[in-house]
Design a protein around this ligand. Sequence first.
Ligand code: DGL
Length: 351
Amino acid sequence: MRVVPAVAPIALALSLLSVGPAPAAEKPNVHIVATGGTIAGAQADVEQHGYTAGTFTVDSLIQAVPELKDIAAVTGEQLVNIPSQDMNDDVWLKLAKRLNELLADPKVDGIVVTHGTDTLEETSYFTQLTVAGDKPVVFTGSMRPATAISADGPMNLYNSVAVAGNPAARGYGSLVVLNDEIHAARDVYKTHTTSVDTFRSPEHGLVGRVDTGHPTLFGPPPPRGATYDVGALTALPQVEIIYAHSNMGRTLIDAAIAAGAKGLIVAGVGNGNMTKVAIDTLAEVAKTGVVVVRSTKLAEGTVVRNAEVDDDKLGFVVSDDFKPGKARALLQLALTRTSDPVEIQKIFDSH
Ligand code: DGL
């Protein structure tokens, strides 16, 4: 039992008047950059018919989760308001430049980017490659519109702000937080069309979990690789992805080259494979200075160099365990430095 020493009533009264809540621990300053997506989406009915992404603004997202103010000093801005299937290189560059500007401010402790889930894995990795420093950049979205029964967006946003404001999340590069899980932008992919647990990191696993605003980060952070300065860029090199399949011909390869592609990513069958016609065509293309990267359409696994395909002889690059969308982002940035396939292979192997 706690014993209170006897004190004069007036002194006691005065001391009680001065007793207030302990000064709140300094809350982190977390800034939200909204880009649209389902987290800001609305539907016409419970079946999600007539669903529209990017309906609500960042202010609505913040107002919908009043508990945010308990864990951080939150500010926000609307960069764009689009469904992420419409994400493009111009927005990528605008976002990367804005994130670098925001994170250079010592008053900003971390950033949350709200984004559609369809290309979230690509944009988040692009920012990992282009945003300087080690402050947390956390991407989040939702699989159910804001107007849905049991919408997942509010908790995803709350957890993302908690991670972005937590010093333990520094140095992990860009992170992806949905469904109580923390993924590295380098490794995570969307794996299911509708399920709330759609984001998986099959090769490397989670880097943490977050339980109602309480993050736990597992160490060590994944490899970060170089940071590419996009400050002076107004466009990115054109890189196209070509999906391999039985009976694959040269039509789409030729079309991509005719359209000006400087790099091609092949979403290969198996271990980055494709028909002989496609291999021979790509070998021709590689000789002209276009960089060819063998990736795979499979969910897991690393594309092995010089296995069934003689990459050394043909001048190809292999994508390590990067799947096509991430390999495209990395190749675009690599091409701002070199078009030498040997150097570009070193870049893929070091990220
Ligand atoms: N409309 C798609 C997008 O904006 C999917 C919805 C979502 O999950 O955000 O990515």
